[in-house]
Design a protein around this ligand. Structure first.
Ligand code: NAD
Ligand code: UD1
Length: 336
């Protein structure tokens, strides 16, 4: 298959492009590089010893989409989005325009080119504070910020498109907490500015770019008082996209799947696992809770296991060791 990967130069996109090339697919990436670097794509091609096609452009621009679709695209994986929760609270309209308008333009281009298979990056953020854990796909949806709202609206728009067009098959993947890096250490997460998320922050403390980790609260109703999440290795996540593509090829309608390990890990457990896997001490301070954080959630991934024949296989140890290999080989990320 020839797969169009929007946002393919980004963190999850670059790992997925590699998995697609390794699975024998042809790949075109459409990315405006607003949060990524072409170095990631060069390295993907080097690791795979295969080439991909890159179109620098924006999913909101019909001309850029036309260039991307020129190659004869069979299916689309749509990663392109802005993803910082705090930024979305300051600039909701930018998020709605980039994420929602971008997805509408993409669906129009797909329809215009007769492309009917779509795999979409959603997020566990659509569940907000869950009533019970593990969280399955029937859990109530409670978005609490404009980023989460944009994901939920995009899910609904894709669902409506599928309802109207029986030949469209879409898989909406709700990721829990993607972390880690390719085991080569050549591609990984390269956040711009101060990392918002735990694992990249821990890695930057270990490499000396940040002094100390701030642990946001140890008074949650969890065994050690710190927040619990379902961390998922990005290579497991990339493999799930390849399987989701196969699934979308045979399916019509809109299918929603949680992607996680089904296991929860607390902040302190993750920090200790990182110290053990890497031998790097992580100095930390316990500070107040971060506004908007939930105490704990982890996925019930049974539906994805059954539909895709996919299971996350990599451990917290693998996630920490691979993050550290990437961080120590690339202390400044992709910057020269
Ligand atoms: P990322 O920022 O590394 O990748 C997104 C890519 O999309 C970037 O390369 C960026 O340049 C590109 N992009 C953004 N807007 C674009 C536009 N209008 N046109 C073309 N390209 C554009 O983020 P990521 O972590 O790889 O996330 C990928 C997807 O997964 C996003 O949709 C994100 O919301 C979703 N997601 C991420 C996480 C996470 O923790 N990383 C969790 C749940 C869901
Ligand atoms: C964040 C986003 C969420 C997104 C998810 C996946 C917020 C409010 N939510 O959620 O929308 O889908 O990432 O990537 O940004 N922590 C610290 N110190 C830090 C950073 C984090 O203690 O410096 C703690 C948090 O309080 C939390 C855990 O680590 O308990 C994980 O945090 P993070 O990596 O930001 O993920 P989420 O909170 O799940």
């Amino acid at each position: 298959m020839h797969v169009l990967v929007t946002g393919g130069a980004g963190y999850i996109g670059s790992h997925t492009c590699l998995a697609l090339l390794e699975a024998g697919h042809a790949v075109t990436v459409l990315d405006n590089l607003c949060n990524s670097s072409t170095v990631a794509l060069q390295r993907v091609q080097e690791i795979a010893s295969k080439s991909l096609r890159f179109v620098q452009g924006d999913v909101r621009k019909p001309h850029d989409l036309a260039l991307a679709f020129e190659a004869g695209i069979d299916a689309v994986i749509h990663f392109a989005a802005l993803k910082a929760v705090s930024e979305s609270c300051e600039e909701p309209l930018r998020y709605f325009d980039n994420n929602i308008a971008g997805t509408i333009c993409l669906m129009q281009a797909m329809q215009g080119h007769g492309v009917h298979q779509l795999v979409f990056s959603s997020s566990a953020t659509v569940y907000g504070q869950p009533d019970v854990v593990p969280v399955d796909e029937t859990a109530p949806l409670r978005v609490s910020n404009p980023y989460g709202r944009s994901k939920l609206v995009m899910e609904d728009l894709i669902g409506d498109w599928c309802n109207a067009k029986p030949d469209v098959g879409a898989v909406l993947l709700r990721y829990f907490n993607p972390v880690g890096a390719h085991p080569s250490g050549r591609i990984g997460e390269d956040p711009r500015g101060t990392p918002n998320n735990l694992m990249p922050y821990v890695a930057q403390v270990a490499i000396g770019r940040r002094e100390r980790l701030q642990v946001f609260g140890n008074d949650y109703p969890t065994p050690d008082g710190t927040g619990i999440r379902d961390y998922l290795h990005v290579v497991d996540l990339a493999e799930a996209h390849v399987k989701a593509l196969d699934f979308a090829s045979d399916a019509s309608g809109c299918h929603i799947l949680n992607l996680g390990t089904g296991r929860g890990t607390s902040v302190l457990e993750l920090v200790h696992a990182f110290e053990q896997a890497t031998g790097q001490p992580i100095p930390l301070d316990i500070v107040a809770r971060r506004a908007g954080d939930v105490a704990e959630y982890w996925a019930d991934p049974a539906k994805a296991n059954a539909c895709l024949g996919w299971h996350a296989t990599r451990t917290i140890h693998d996630m920490c060791a691979d993050t550290w290999r990437w961080q120590s080989l690339n202390p400044q990320g992709y910057a020269p």
